[in-house]
Design a protein around this ligand. Structure first.
Ligand SMILES: NC(=O)c1ccc[n+]([C@@H]2O[C@H](COP(=O)([O-])OP(=O)(O)OC[C@H]3O[C@@H](n4cnc5c(N)ncnc54)[C@H](O)[C@@H]3O)[C@@H](O)[C@H]2O)c1
Length: 356
């Protein structure tokens, strides 16, 4: 299962690979973009699986970005109460984040990802050649999730020693590495980008996946680590703000990663106001995000009134007993705290400042 943008680029090659293994494959092509995370697309996949006589021993393969991965994953979780599921991520965002961890979902009418399940892929196959056709805007959107991993590195490790990955060219600690190479990282990998050699790209992807895995293994079904930010809630940094933008502006206006980038900025601004980060730390992060190409002033922001955004936040899945639960960066960088008493008035002010 792929989408209308990826199909003409990579579907034939993917099917040829299956054929070379002696596997029979069929294809389903969804519309491209966030608006495909619907019950209609979910139903289309399930109907085709039935039409193709798939059994629970067959596999649904998601060839695409996070939208395809999330939607196909939910279909795989439902088909015969769980059939084979393979992720072949084709965006930076899907490679560093959405293809691992087992969260699969479509969007409800009011709340993003509200219809979903935990269903881990049986395999994740990453072919970095797929990034060759990724538009720069999508590359930068993926960089927002990379920046998130850099900003939660310490919390993600939960007191364990630093990651020891068998990498020829390590990129840790991640935040200083991103800052050092920010301008080269604004461009997708290509022969004219000497930074992103295949080895270094692999190191970047594996580092983010290992940080995510460290969190997910501690809290597989998002029931723990809520109060000290050691659970899956850590992965939500910037997302409650970001989801509010996506829901208020309409899915697809901002890319998910762009909304996350705005959310990271708002999380940092909130921490600064609450005294969780020092001036210098907050300034460094905001400047770092800008240097990574994540500082754009998106014109559509003016169409999202701050009060409406705060109401959208209050509908987020992270709401507990009517209070918005926010995960926020705290000093020294890399650490997180949870706050569920951030005043709405402060959030309105910060949203207004972001849109200005
Ligand atoms: N499940 C999770 O844990 C998790 C984590 C983070 C994000 N997500 C979800 O992921 C989604 C965002 O994922 P995304 O940014 O990959 O968006 P996406 O799937 O919409 O892909 C982005 C765009 O790039 C195109 N594209 C994909 N691969 C391409 C390639 N190789 N060459 C050219 N074009 C290509 C797609 O057609 C699409 O237009 C959101 O719905 C978000 O909620 C899920």
């Amino acid at each position: 299962v792929t989408d209308a943008n990826v199909a003409p680029l990579w579907l034939a090659q993917a099917q040829a690979t299956c054929q070379a293994q002696g596997w029979v494959s069929n294809s389903v092509i969804l519309p491209a973009g966030e608006t495909a995370k619907t019950t209609d697309c979910l139903h289309a996949i399930l109907a085709k699986a039935d039409e193709f006589n798939l059994t629970r021993n067959d596999a649904l393969i998601a060839l695409g970005g996070g939208v395809v991965g999330d939607t196909v994953g939910l279909a795989a979780a439902l088909y015969y109460r769980g059939c084979g599921f393979v992720q072949v991520p084709s965006t930076l965002l899907a490679m560093v984040d959405s293809s691992v961890g087992g969260k699969v979902a479509i969007n409800g009418a009011r709340v993003k990802n509200s219809i979903g399940a935990f269903y881990h892929p049986h395999a994740v196959l990453m072919d970095t050649d797929l990034l060759a056709t990724l538009p720069r805007r999508e590359w930068l959107a993926g960089m927002a999730e990379v920046a998130k991993y850099a900003l939660i590195e310490h919390a993600a490790l939960g007191g364990q020693p630093a990651l020891a990955l068998p990498l020829a060219d390590p990129v840790l600690p991640l935040w200083p590495w991103l800052l050092q190479h920010a301008s080269a990282l604004q461009q997708p990998p290509s022969s004219t980008n000497p930074l992103l050699t295949p080895e270094r790209l692999k190191a970047l992807l594996l580092t983010c996946c290992a940080l995510k895995a460290a969190v997910v293994m501690r809290d597989p079904d998002e029931t723990g680590g809520q109060l000290d930010a050691t659970g899956r809630i850590a992965l939500n940094l910037g997302h409650t703000f970001g989801h509010a933008y996506e829901q208020t502006l309409g899915y697809g206006t901002l890319l998910h990663g762009e909304a996350v980038a705005l959310g990271l900025r708002l999380a940092v601004a909130t921490s600064l106001h609450l005294g969780l980060l020092a001036d210098e730390e907050a300034t460094t992060v905001q400047a770092g995000l800008t240097a990574l190409g994540l500082g754009l002033a998106w014109p559509s922001l003016q169409e999202a009134p701050a009060e409406t955004l705060v109401v959208a936040m209050s509908r987020d899945k992270k709401v507990r007993q009517g209070k918005v639960r926010l995960v926020l960066p705290s000093s020294p960088l890399g650490n997180l705290v949870i706050k569920d008493n951030v005043p709405s008035e402060l959030l309105v002010t910060l949203f207004e400042a972001q849109g200005a």
